[in-house]
Design a protein around this ligand. Structure first.
Ligand SMILES: [Zn+2]
Length: 377
C-alpha cells in the first residue's frame, strides 16, 4: 500500500538566510511544527532530511561552483572574484548557512523523495523546488537546483520521458535552461509574466526549447491579478497541451506558494483552495508525482497551503479551525505584514474562501497562442 511521507527536519531553522532577506522566515520547520500543532501528522510519516552527497550535487552543478559555495559558507565571506563569477554575496544570494548546508539538505531531501516515490510511496519534500539556480551560478535566492539534480538522477536511473511542472509565481529559469535542448524532459511553467516579474529575462511564451528539445518547453506567462478560475483555466489547458506531446513516465511538481494572494513577492490572487485544486488537477491528469516545495514568503500562507497539500496526500480531512496550539505557534513567529490589510483570518481557519472571478481575454489569448506555438512544432 502507498504510504504518505513528508521529508523534513527542524534543522532547517538553523540554516536561515540573513535578517534582511525574504527567506529569513521559518518554512519547513514551521510546517512541521504546524502539522504537529494541528495533529495532522504522525512521527512515522516523517523522513528526516539528509544532506546531498558531492556526487549527487555534481549531477547538475560544476565542481568549482560547489566548492566555492562550501568555501564561502565556511569563511562566511565572499571569496575573491566569486561575486561576479558565481553571483553570490549579493542581497539576493547572500552568504549564510543556507547557501550550502541548507541547500544541500534540501537537495538530499529531493533525492530521498524520489527514492521513496520509486518504492511506491507518495512523497512531499517542502524544502525542495529551488528552481532558479544555474549550473554555475546562484540566482533568485537559489544556490543548488534540486529539481534539476532530481531530474538528472531519474535520467541516470533510465527514465527518458520526464515531466517537470512548476506552479510557483516565478518562472523556473534554472530548470528551463538545464533541459532546454532535450526531448527527454518536458518543462511546463505557469508564472507571472517576465514583463513585470522576476526573472525578467526568461519565461516568455516564445521559449519553446531548442534543437531536440524544441516543443518540449511550455511557458504560460500570466498577467497581474490572476484569480483561482484563471489559474485553473490556464493550468487545465496547459496540461491538455502537454498530454498531446508526451506521456510521462514520471513527473515532478514544484509547489511554490507565492501565487497566493497574501504573498507579497507576487501579484497573483490565488486562495489556498484554488492552489489545492490546481494540485489535484495535475494528479487527476498524470497520477501521483514527486512533490516539491518552492517559493513562498508569507509564513502563515505557506504553512496553511502546504498543510492542505499534505492532508490531501495523506488522505486526511482537516478540520477548518486552527487549534490553540497552532494559533500560539503562528503568534510566536517573527513576521510583520507589509501592508495594512486585516489577515486575522489566517489565525482562525485553515482554508480560504475560493477566489474565483472572470477569465480575462488576455488569459484566453495566451492559451490560444501557446497551442499554436507548441502543437505546431
Ligand atoms: Zn517564486
Amino acid at each position: 500500500m502507498k504510504k504518505a511521507k513528508l521529508i523534513g527536519s527542524l534543522e532547517y531553522a538553523k540554516y536561515r538566510y540573513p535578517k534582511n532577506h525574504p527567506l529569513k522566515i521559518p518554512r519547513v520547520s514551521l510546517l512541521l511544527r504546524f502539522l504537529e500543532a494541528m495533529e495532522l501528522i504522525s512521527e512515522d510519516e516523517i523522513i528526516k532530511s539528509r544532506q546531498a552527497s558531492m556526487r549527487e550535487l555534481l549531477l547538475f552543478h560544476d565542481k568549482d561552483y560547489i566548492e566555492t559555495l562550501i568555501e564561502a559558507e565556511k569563511c562566511q565571506c565572499v571569496p575573491n572574484g566569486a561575486r561576479e563569477k558565481y553571483n553570490i554575496g549579493s542581497y539576493e544570494n547572500p552568504v549564510s548557512y543556507a547557501m550550502f548546508t541548507g541547500s544541500s539538505l534540501a537537495t538530499g531531501s529531493t533525492i530521498q523523495a524520489i527514492e521513496e516515490f520509486l518504492k511506491g510511496n507518495v512523497v512531499f519534500n517542502p524544502a525542495g523546488g529551488m528552481h532558479h539556480a544555474f549550473r554555475n551560478k546562484a540566482n533568485g535566492f537559489c544556490y543548488i537546483n534540486d529539481p534539476a539534480i532530481g531530474i538528472e538522477y531519474l535520467r541516470k536511473r533510465g527514465f527518458k520521458k520526464i515531466l517537470y511542472i512548476d506552479l510557483d509565481a516565478h518562472h523556473c529559469d534554472g530548470v528551463q535552461e538545464a533541459f532546454y535542448e532535450t526531448h527527454e524532459v518536458f518543462v511546463l511553467s505557469l508564472h507571472q509574466s517576465p514583463q513585470y516579474a522576476f526573472p525578467f529575462k526568461r519565461g516568455y511564451l516564445e521559449e519553446i526549447g531548442e534543437g531536440k528539445g524544441k516543443g518540449f518547453n511550455l511557458n504560460i506567462p500570466l498577467p497581474k491579478g490572476v484569480n483561482d478560475d484563471e489559474f485553473l483555466y490556464a493550468l487545465e489547458n496547459a496540461l491538455n497541451i502537454v498530454k498531446e506531446i508526451i506521456e510521462p513516465e514520471v513527473y515532478l511538481l514544484q509547489l511554490g506558494t507565492d501565487p497566493l494572494l497574501e504573498d507579497y513577492l507576487s501579484k497573483f490572487n490565488l486562495s489556498n483552495i484554488g492552489f489545492l485544486k490546481a494540485f489535484n488537477m495535475v494528479r487527476d491528469c498524470f497520477g501521483e508525482g514527486i512533490y516539491l516545495g518552492g517559493g513562498g514568503y508569507h509564513p502563515y500562507a505557506l504553512a496553511r497551503a502546504w498543510t492542505l497539500i499534505w492532508c490531501e496526500i495523506s488522505k486526511r480531512e482537516p478540520m477548518d479551525n486552527l487549534t490553540n496550539k497552532a494559533k500560539e505557534l503562528f503568534h510566536s513567529i517573527d513576521f510583520e505584514e507589509f501592508d495594512d490589510v486585516d489577515r486575522s483570518y489566517m489565525f482562525e481557519s485553515l482554508k480560504d474562501s475560493y477566489r474565483g472571478g472572470e477569465i480575462r481575454k488576455e488569459v484566453r489569448d495566451i492559451i490560444e497562442k501557446a497551442k499554436a506555438l507548441v502543437l505546431n512544432v
